[in-house]
Design a protein around this ligand. Structure first.
Ligand SMILES: O=C(O)CCC(=O)C(=O)O
Ligand SMILES: [Fe+2]
Length: 261
């Protein structure tokens, strides 16, 4: 167990590295392309989301958490039209307690102002704690994160592992197909399309306007590793409208109970 002073120093160095990274030429020079991609498709892939050592640290932390305390889920979610979730996940509290890096990025002003520039408005922390960040791991043949919408405007998904595209794990989405919670009509929307498909690279992160994009992770056709951390961010107006969290309660019952039980 490292001493408290050592932990504090390492958090300070992670924070400083993140600040420097988003201010760097390599990151700033991506902004025009990211803005264009986001404006045109509601999706943008940030190349090299963190410095490599920050990625390596986070990967070690998240792998260890999956080894020790992952929850295996195999459910269908009624709110998104009875689509499947078959994977292992870690809730927000496991990541808050067991990772130095993952919470630091959620709290980073430098990251949020970077995202502000991509979307052209103010990006805010999600107001529902269990949704701040989660981790998901698809690893067995047939694992899938089925079609759904997110409760808040933006998902930022950091890719730790992804198999070859031929095996699955791509992000499929239909942009600007808003969620009618009373009548989700997922099959109709998917049949109508157009379905965009993206296969982001390891160490990158993609930003998706996930409240209005019907999206999924394509199923694995064989055993393979796909591991991500998903952050949620909100608009000003998300903070004032009523939000139903029932699909989160299905997927992260322990976290919901801990915060609201
Ligand atoms: O794993 C992904 O790429 C997407 C995750 C996602 O859609 C979610 O957690 O809501
Ligand atoms: Fe999602």
């Amino acid at each position: 167990m490292p001493a408290i002073a050592t932990i504090r120093e390492s958090l300070d160095s992670i924070r400083a590295a993140i600040d420097d990274h988003f201010a760097s030429e390599a990151m700033q020079s991506q902004i025009p392309d990211l803005r264009r991609s986001y404006q045109e498709t509601d999706f943008a892939e940030i190349i090299g989301f963190t410095p490599p050592w920050v990625f390596d640290t986070a990967l070690r932390e998240v792998e260890e958490l999956f080894d020790r305390q992952a929850n295996r889920r195999d459910i269908v979610v009624a709110q998104s039209g009875n689509t499947p979730r078959k994977y292992s996940n870690l809730d927000r509290d496991a990541l808050a307690a067991g990772s130095t890096v993952v919470p630091e990025l959620f709290d980073s002003r430098a990251l949020r102002s970077y995202l502000d520039q991509i979307v052209g408005e103010t990006v805010l922390p999600v107001p529902y704690t269990p949704e701040e960040y989660i981790a998901a791991r698809l690893h067995q043949a047939g694992d899938v994160h089925g079609w759904h919408w997110d409760d808040y405007t933006w998902a930022l998904v950091w890719i730790f592992k992804i198999p070859d595209q031929t095996i699955g794990g791509s992000v499929d989405f239909i942009a600007r197909a808003p969620w009618d919670r009373e009548n989700p009509r997922v099959d109709e929307l998917v049949a109508k399309g157009p379905v965009a498909s993206r296969h982001p690279g390891v160490g990158n992160a993609y930003l998706l306007k996930a409240d209005t994009a019907l999206h999924r992770v394509a199923p694995l056709s064989e055993d393979a590793e796909r591991m991500i951390v998903c952050y949620t961010f909100a608009t000003e107006s998300d903070l004032t409208r009523p939000v139903d969290h029932s699909s989160m309660e299905d997927l992260y019952p322990e976290a919901h109970e801990r915060h609201f039980g």
